[in-house]
Design a protein around this ligand. Structure first.
Ligand code: UD1
Length: 416
C-alpha cells in the first residue's frame, strides 16, 4: 500500500534531530489570524496534514493563506464579511476545525461551523465551548451537523469550566478578545499552546492576562492588528524522539525545544532509567542499561500529556517489571493495545487502566495506526521489534508529525 510505513527493527538511534513547530499551537494560531486586520505571518509552522487541511478550509471560504518562499505561512483575510461556513468534507478531518467558532464570533459576530472530526480517541463533546460562547452573548443552534452561532448582546462574563478543556479555553479566549468588557475563564487549560495563543493575540492588541494559570482575564479590544509570530516547538514531537532514544538503546539530542514544556516526559523517562540532560542545544536522552517499569497517569498540563501516553506504553513493553497506565482524558486512547499485542506485548486492560507486563521481545507484524499518537507509538515499537513492521493507515501519523520517517532515518532507522 502506498501510504504504509515499513520499519526494519533492531538498531539503536544516534544523532540529533530538530523539532518542528507545535501542531496544536499552529492550528489555533492560523485560525486566530482571521481575527486580525492585515496580513499575518507565522514562522515555524509545521508542514503536516492538519495544517494543510486548515489552509484548504481558509482558501475555500475566501481567506487567502499560503506558504512563503522563506517557509513562513501568510494569512490574509479580506476586510469585509466572510461567509463563515466551514465545509463538512474538510472539517470532519480534524477536531481543531471547531476553533473557527470562537475566531469567527470574534471576527464578525457569527459563525457557521460544521461539527468537527479528528482522531477517534473518544467522545469529544462541545458543551464547554458552547457554554463559553453563550455566556459571552452568542445564541447557538445545532442543526443538520452544523453549529450556528450569532452574537446578540456581547458582553464579557465569568465562565467556570468543569474541565480545563484546551479547545474550549481557546474558543472563549478568541471570542472574548473582541467582546466588550471583562471575561474571566476559571479552571482554564494551562497548556503551553494556550500561552502561545495569548502571546499572539496580545501582540495583535488583545488584553489577556493569566494564560498558563487556571484563571485567564481578557478585556475586549476593538481592533486586532496582524503581526508576525513564531510558533513554539512541538513538545509531543520532541517527546516522541526522546522515547526513540530510550527504546532503541541509543542517544539522541532533540533540538529546538522548550525544556520546561517537557518536564513531565523527562521525569518519567528518568524514572524509567534513561539519562536525560537539558543543555543549551536542547534535551539529550541516552538509554540506560535497562528500562525500569513506571506508572503513568495522564492529566491536563502540567500533568503527563495524554498525547504521549501511547508512545510511553510502547517503551514500557520493554521494561523489567509491571507498569500501570491510567488514561484520564480520552477513553478510546487504548486502541493501540490490540496492535501492540499483535507484536507480542503483554498488556491487560481494565476500563481506564492498562497494565503493561515487561519485558517482552516484540516481533514485527502488520499493524494499524488507529490514531495519530498510536501511529507514532507503533513506529517506536517497530524500531526495536524483530523483523519487519508494516503500519497501515499511516496517514494518521502525517497529520501531526513533519517528515517523521526522514527524521528517524537520519538517526539511523530503516524506514520506507
Ligand atoms: C487538545 C489537543 C489534543 C490533546 C487534548 C488534551 C488540539 C488541536 N488538540 O484537544 O491533541 O490531546 O487537547 O490535551 O489542541 N471535553 C468536554 N466538553 C467539551 C470539551 C472537552 O467534556 O466541551 C472533555 C473531552 O471529552 C476530553 C477532555 O475534555 O475528555 C479534554 O479535551 P480538550 O482539552 O477539549 O481537548 P481538545 O481541545 O479537543
Amino acid at each position: 500500500m502506498k501510504d504504509n510505513l515499513i520499519i526494519e527493527g533492531s538498531q539503536p538511534l544516534y544523532g540529533s534531530v530538530r523539532t518542528s513547530g507545535a501542531k496544536n499551537a499552529a492550528l489555533v494560531l492560523i485560525i486566530a489570524s482571521i481575527m486580525a486586520e492585515g496580513q499575518t505571518v507565522l514562522d515555524n509552522v509545521p508542514k503536516i496534514r492538519d495544517v494543510e487541511v486548515v489552509i484548504k478550509i481558509l482558501n475555500e471560504i475566501g481567506i487567502k493563506a499560503k506558504w512563503q518562499d522563506d517557509g513562513s505561512l501568510s494569512i490574509c483575510p479580506p476586510s469585509g464579511h466572510v461567509v463563515s461556513n466551514t465545509p463538512y468534507e474538510l472539517s470532519k478531518m480534524l477536531r481543531a476545525s471547531n476553533l473557527f467558532l470562537g475566531a469567527f464570533l470574534g471576527r464578525q459576530g457569527e459563525a457557521t461551523i460544521s461539527m468537527p472530526g479528528g482522531c477517534d480517541i473518544g467522545s469529544r463533546p462541545m458543551d464547554l465551548h458552547l457554554k463559553g460562547v453563550q455566556a459571552l452573548g452568542a445564541k447557538v443552534e445545532i442543526e443538520h451537523g452544523y453549529i450556528y452561532a450569532k452574537r446578540k448582546q456581547p458582553i464579557g462574563a465569568s465562565i467556570y469550566l468543569d474541565f480545563p478543556s484546551v479547545g474550549a479555553t481557546e474558543n472563549i479566549m478568541m471570542m472574548a478578545a473582541k467582546t466588550p468588557g471583562l471575561t474571566i475563564i476559571e479552571n482554564s487549560a494551562k497548556e503551553p499552546e494556550i500561552v502561545d495563543l495569548a502571546n499572539f493575540l496580545n501582540a495583535m492588541g488583545a488584553k489577556i492576562r493569566g494564560a498558563g494559570t487556571d484563571i485567564i482575564r481578557i478585556e475586549g479590544a476593538e481592533v486586532l492588528q496582524a503581526v508576525r509570530h513564531q510558533i513554539i516547538p512541538d513538545r509531543i514531537e520532541a517527546g516522541t524522539y526522546m522515547i526513540a532514544a530510550a527504546i532503541t538503546g541509543g542517544e539522541i539530542l532533540v533540538e529546538n525545544v522548550i525544556s520546561t514544556h517537557l518536564h513531565p516526559v523527562m521525569a518519567k523517562l528518568q524514572e524509567a532509567g534513561a539519562y536525560v540532560e537539558e543543555n543549551d542545544s536542547g534535551i539529550l536522552v541516552k538509554a540506560g542499561n535497562k528500562i525500569k517499569p513506571v506508572d503513568i497517569k495522564t492529566l491536563p498540563y502540567p500533568g503527563f500529556p495524554t498525547d504521549m501516553q501511547s508512545q510511553m506504553m510502547a517503551l514500557l513493553c520493554f521494561a523489567e517489571g509491571t507498569s500501570v497506565i491510567v488514561e484520564n482524558i480520552f477513553e478510546n486512547r487504548f486502541q493501540i493495545v490490540d496492535e501492540l499485542k499483535r507484536m507480542g506485548a503483554n498488556i491487560k486492560l481494565e476500563g481506564h487502566t492498562a497494565v503493561v507486563e515487561g519485558p517482552r521481545r516484540l516481533n514485527g507484524a502488520k499493524v494499524k495506526a488507529t490514531d495519530l499518537r498510536a501511529g507514532a507509538a507503533l513506529i517506536l515499537a517497530g524500531l526495536v521489534a524483530e523483523g519487519k513492521t508494516e503500519i497501515e493507515n499511516s496517514t494518521h501519523i502525517y497529520r501531526g508529525y513533519e517528515n517523521i520517517a526522514g527524521k528517524l532515518v537520519s538517526l539511523g532507522a530503516r524506514i520506507k
